[in-house]
Design a protein around this ligand. Structure first.
Ligand code: 7TS
Length: 418
């Protein structure tokens, strides 16, 4: 995360979490008669009123298919859809709006790269390097590519605290490496991966770097031009936007060189039964009616985030994490999983004698929502020597009192379960 944060007139201490909370209608509800304590934003974040209103307005007032009819409403919807693309471009500081491809999520974006770029540029014996911390969506597409091409998948290890040792990473990279595909931030451990150093390693051997930014973009400002990656992907729903929308960013020349991923309407220049020619990117990768309103909703989420001082947001989330790590570590029998320096506000843990699923179920009775399971990272669980963890993730709308509610609920859960 190389880009210095854009300074706003506010200071970090001026972040007003209660004002932010008032923007998220769901946070006012109760669960099982208790105030909702939502600590699962790494799975999917809640949505501010501004996003919900934009979606309602798009369906209720401005809706039509895009890139089609020559009538006013279709032109309005097209303009809103394309305006969302420009908002994404600005948010990640891409050099050109044509580098922003709308997908249905990060998973689809990674599959797109594996299928389109991978099938065109990866051959038997080529090497792809991932890490041990990856989400299944940054493992399985490369296994499918391996099965199709005969390429080799290499796994860079993770240290016991969740950090990545760059010397060990470098040992996995060599002259046959064609792609390094890694998480920007781990969804299980919260580790911020050393992407700048890894970008240098990739480019030194002529490989491309794909960053899975699902968790990274939520917690820090992202500038794809200074990160040094070639592909950056993320999902809208973790960034306070709707489900069903994700982003693939890639350098224009890469998108130009890639064949289409899917065929259909909107992605063509001309079609005859004998031959079809493609539209230029990004249309080449957006076959069929796109997720129009979802894109508009993501644009509204970006507008919302742009009203906040992201440096202050980051400081707030780190304060929540520090408080959580200190308080959780004091619970007898509880072990923190993921303690790498500089990590993001995602905290996994295990508790002696309590299965993570049971723990999450008991916490739910106190209104506390946490994720339990393998977090779509089964290989990482195996390396960590656990079958599952419980995970609390802290977002911009969480409070210190909610961290305390988690700790209190855990102590109560211990009484019930042990
Ligand atoms: N990569 C990372 C690092 C993720 O955290 C996730 C989702 C994905 C990829 C896939 O995103 P999708 O929107 O395409 O599904 N992570 C989680 C999680 O941690 N709990 O639920 C989903």
């Amino acid at each position: 995360m190389n880009k210095p944060f854009t300074k706003s007139p506010q200071t970090a201490s001026a972040f007003d979490v209660m004002k932010v909370r008032a923007d998220f209608p769901i946070l006012a509800r109760e669960v099982h008669g208790k105030p909702l304590v939502y600590l699962d934003s790494a799975a999917s974040a809640q949505k501010p009123r501004q996003v919900i209103d934009a979606i309602t307005r798009a369906y209720g007032h401005d809706y039509a298919n895009v890139h089609r009819g020559a009538y006013y409403l279709s032109e309005t919807a097209t303009a809103a859809y394309e305006a969302a693309r420009e908002k994404v471009r600005g948010f990640i500081n891409a050099g050109d709006v044509r580098e922003i491809v709308f997908t249905k999520g990060a998973t689809e974006a990674i599959n797109l790269v594996a299928a389109a770029w991978g099938r065109a540029f990866i051959k038997a014996g080529d090497e792809i390097v991932i890490t041990a911390v990856e989400h299944h969506s940054n493992i399985v597409p490369w296994q499918l590519l391996r099965d199709a091409t005969g390429c080799i998948l290499k796994i860079a290890p993770v240290e016991p605290d969740g950090s990545i040792d760059l010397n060990k990473f470098a040992a996995a990279v060599g002259p046959k490496t064609k792609l390094i595909a890694i998480a920007h931030v781990s969804n299980v451990l919260g580790t911020v991966l050393p992407v700048a150093a890894i970008a240098d390693m990739a480019h030194a051997v002529g490989a491309k770097l794909l960053l899975d930014g699902c968790q990274g973009i939520v917690h820090e400002a992202v500038d794809v031009q200074t990160l040094g990656c070639d592909f950056y992907v993320f999902s809208g729903h973790k960034l306070y936007g709707p489900t069903g929308i994700g982003i693939l960013w890639a350098r224009h020349e890469l998108l130009e060189a890639m064949p289409p991923y899917q065929g259909g309407g909107d992605m063509i220049d001309s079609v005859t039964f004998a031959k079809t020619t493609w539209a230029p990117p990004p249309a080449k990768f957006e076959a069929g009616t796109p997720p129009i309103v979802q894109a508009i909703g993501l644009g509204a989420a970006i507008d919302y985030l742009n009203t906040l001082d992201r440096e202050a947001v980051s400081a707030h989330e780190h304060a929540l994490l520090r408080h959580a790590m200190t308080s959780l570590a004091q619970i007898p029998g509880l072990k923190l999983i993921g303690t790498a320096p500089g990590k993001a506000s995602v905290q996994s843990f295990v508790m002696d004698g309590a299965h993570p699923h049971d723990l999450a179920t008991v916490l739910d009775r106190s209104g506390v929502c946490v994720r339990a399971g393998h977090h779509c990272a089964q290989p990482l669980m195996e390396i960590l020597g656990v079958s599952a963890t419980t995970r609390a993730s802290f977002a911009l709308y969480n409070t210190m009192a909610e961290v305390d509610a988690l700790v209190t609920a855990l102590r109560r859960a211990q009484e019930v379960l042990l």
